[in-house]
Design a protein around this ligand. Structure first.
Ligand SMILES: *Cc1c(COP(=O)(O)O)cnc(C)c1O
Length: 355
């Protein structure tokens, strides 16, 4: 029997979340962001769940090739643009749209001789990660437009703080000031902006995390945003222990039983992608009952409190996160965000696509 740990990805949840994006931004086209193997959900599931998207956005060129091989014929946007001149050639060959965020990339485009490539000029409006000075938008757009290698030239930026009220205001203003009279489509909104800032929807929105049913906000649940968890990480109990008062659990003996209690040992650990930093008390569901983790997460196992579920024993099902225990709750408990946990599910965990 295979070790009892697996992840399932629900196509209906992916499609539901995409429909929720469509409902919130009815006038915009949707780049469904599928970088990092669709936030850990796998490209095959993403292609099937997001058939209704207008385009897919990612940044790994080998995965863009895979999307074409899997049958995606629509637009594909490379969010970090080419990493070298050979990527420009590949973009021409596969019909990929390229972000241009640096002058070096313009030089690579200048040398391109294949089919014209649509580009998205990325402006740095305050994130200070990737992007050109907004004041150069007009001249750079003109420079790109005359290159035979370039098709349309659209404009984009990315927000650093759209998850906090007023956090995107100065970036929106900077973008609009620099691009007021320029032609071309616009794209500004990530998930947080898509939910809270309709004025940023423009021609194309770029949701990622919300498509997978995790919240872009620290203080609002995915369920309250109308989203459904797409991934469920499951395991089973492979052992139980009965503790006396004073007994400890696991490496470092970080948990001490306050009195007699039963615990279960779950076949999932940090080598499966469960966060080692999740402390005692992190929510988990065992045999359909919500309980908590106890002690330190180890590489292949972790312990859970069986007091709320006295009938649980070896073979009882465990939900680490999913429809009932939100990945965002586990992430908050472990001092991180849902994004990181979803992306980090280990290759040794078999992933199944369902419904
Ligand atoms: C990852 C990414 C997104 C999606 O962000 P979410 O917060 O997951 O919605 C959008 N735009 C760019 C440029 C990105 O890199």
């Amino acid at each position: 029997m295979p070790r009892p740990v697996s992840a399932s990805v629900s196509l209906s949840a992916l499609a539901h979340n995409l429909a929720e994006v469509r409902r919130r931004a009815p006038g915009s086209r949707i780049w469904a962001v599928v970088k990092a193997h669709a936030y850990g959900h796998g490209l095959p599931a993403a292609i099937r769940g997001f058939t209704g998207a207008d385009g897919l956005a990612l940044l790994e060129f080998d995965n863009a090739r895979r999307l074409r091989a899997l049958g995606w014929r629509g637009p594909i946007l490379m969010l970090e643009g080419p990493f070298g001149p050979e990527d420009v050639a590949m973009a021409g060959e596969l019909g990929l749209s390229l972000v241009v965020h640096d002058a070096t990339q313009i030089e690579w485009l200048r040398g391109h001789e294949g089919k014209a490539i649509d580009v998205w000029l990325k402006l740095n409006t305050g994130m200070n990660r990737l992007g050109l000075d907004p004041d150069s938008a007009a001249s750079t757009q003109r420079e790109l437009s005359v290159l035979p290698a370039v098709g349309t030239v659209s404009l984009m930026t990315h927000f650093s703080d759209a998850d906090r009220p007023g956090g995107a205001a100065s970036q929106i203003e900077r973008f609009d000031r620099a691009t007021l009279d320029l032609p071309g489509s616009r794209s500004l909104a990530n998930s947080a902006a898509l939910c809270d800032l309709p004025q940023t929807h423009r021609h194309w929105v770029r949701p990622g995390i919300m498509l997978y049913g995790s919240s872009p906000f620290a203080d609002r649940s995915a369920a309250s945003l109308g989203l459904r968890a797409a991934m469920t990480l499951r395991a089973a109990l492979i052992g139980t222990q009965t503790l006396k008062a004073g007994d400890t659990v696991g490496y470092g003996s970080s948990f001490t039983a306050p009195g007699p209690m039963r615990i279960g040992i779950v076949a999932c650990g940090y080598a499966d992608g469960y966060p080692r930093h999740a402390p005692t008390g992190t929510p988990v569901e065992v045999a359909g009952v919500r309980t908590r983790t106890v002690g330190r997460v180890s590489m292949d196992m972790m312990a859970v409190d069986l007091e709320p579920t006295p009938d649980a024993g070896v073979g009882s099902p465990v939900e680490l996160w999913g429809e009932r225990v939100s990945v965002d709750e586990v992430a908050a408990s472990a001092g991180t965000i849902g994004y990181e946990l979803l992306c980090a599910v280990a290759p040794r965990v078999p992933m199944h696509v369902v419904d």
